[in-house]
Ligand binder design. Structure first.
Ligand code: IPE
Ligand code: IPE
Ligand code: MG
Length: 242
């Protein structure tokens, strides 16, 4: 691994908890519980290597449509995990952050989240962002509304609506865009994750189910990323002239 060629920001669509559990004859919640260890492993590995931002898709706005029992089990798991992980986050110097409609979460979950975010705010090694009740389209709609309001108030003109202004009005304003997106479980779609921010990311898909994704699997993804040529519209010859 070339540590000088690491992505600064890795985004992950953690998928396959339910199918993994079903294969084992267990219920879906068992899969979610086992998925927590994968988050720990990946966060630790990223911090150790020097990745600065790790953003994980933990719950989409669409996931609210799952059976009530599964939704409440996920919320309980989230609540318990956050409380238990504070020590580890502090020890590893990892700052917690969140994107999504946090107000839509149960009050206890939102409170625990705000508490952990505040207690880790000084941590410097890496930022771990949880996407919770997150929708890429909603994030864009909210940004457009804020900008439209500024135009209406006469604070900016429409000519001032640029890429930078839109990015600055997203919840990810303080982060670089992810250079690498990982999705597990063999599904090849974005599922309403970071739509704007993934415009030029490298995508890495693996058949591995999220509960089985570990440090080794992360290294594979990073190595694969390092072997890609990111051309940004240019030709290969322009990037490495003879
Ligand atoms: C990902 O695993 C976790 C969440 C979306 C909360 P799934 O729960 O989507 O598992 P599968 O895709 O049904 O196997
Ligand atoms: C995407 O996974 C959301 C999260 C990983 C939290 P899903 O399993 O909900 O996505 P779809 O429905 O298969 O696209
Ligand atoms: Mg899924």
């Amino acid at each position: 691994m070339d540590l000088k060629k690491l992505p600064r920001h890795v985004a992950v669509i953690m998928d396959g908890n339910g199918r993994w559990a079903k294969q084992k004859g267990e219920n879906r919640i068992f899969g979610h519980r086992n998925g927590v260890q994968s988050v720990r492993d990946v966060a630790e590995a990223c911090a150790e290597l020097g990745v600065e931002y790790l953003t994980v898709y933990a719950f989409s706005t669409e996931n609210w449509s799952r059976p009530q029992l599964e939704v409440s089990a996920l919320m309980t798991l989230l609540l318990k995990t956050m409380g238990g992980e504070l020590k580890t986050l502090l020890k590893n110097d990892i700052r917690l952050s969140a994107i999504g409609d946090i107000d839509a979460l149960p009050k206890s979950v939102a409170a625990e989240l705000h508490d952990t975010i505040a207690k880790t705010a000084h941590c410097k090694r890496m930022q771990l962002t949880l996407a919770l009740s997150y929708s890429g389209k909603s994030e864009l709609i909210n940004a457009f509304k804020k900008i439209a309001n500024e135009v209406k108030l006469g604070n900016i003109s429409t000519d001032q609506i640029t890429e930078e202004l839109i990015a600055a009005n997203l919840q990810t304003a303080a982060m670089p865009d992810p250079e690498l997106l990982i999705r597990t479980s063999g599904e090849h779609r974005i599922s309403n994750f970071l739509l704007w921010q993934l415009a030029y990311s490298e995508f890495y898909f693996t058949e591995v189910m999220w509960p089985e994704f570990n440090k080794e699997e992360l290294y594979k993804a990073l190595l694969d990323y390092q072997n890609r040529e990111r051309r940004f519209g240019k030709t290969s010859e322009q990037l490495s002239p003879q």
